[in-house]
Design a binder for this molecule. Sequence first.
Ligand code: THU
Length: 132
Amino acid sequence: MTDQELLDLAFKALENAYAPYSNYRVGACVLCKDGKTFPGANIENASYGATNCAERTAIFSAYANGYRRDDIEAIAIVCEGSTMASPCGICRQVLSELIPGDAKMILANREKSMVTNIEALLPLSFGSKDLQ
Ligand code: THU
């Protein structure tokens, strides 16, 4: 799958965002090594802290369907803002545990995109290794 195809799936997922409070719609799509994809969107709540970000929705869906860290090849995260989508701190922590450090992360808005990975976005992360 091309980067553009994965971005297209993430923008399609964005259409399902439930964001009545922020009106900031975010979409994501996880690509697994076997070609399976898992879309996600942000799902807000009147109790704001209960909101789930798009990338967590997507990665939790992959895990809920039996996929694990080493099965994951890439994730695209997109928004409609003037700046490219950028995962929040909670999502960076979650992704650092659930996807490989070098898995491709494509961040985009309607105008531009960039490729990075979670190791670059959250260096020196706290994780399971610290609890052993
Ligand atoms: N949000 C995401 O879904 N992903 C991000 O990477 C950043 C923020 C959502 C959460 C909330 O619904 C809205 O954007 C505004 O914070």
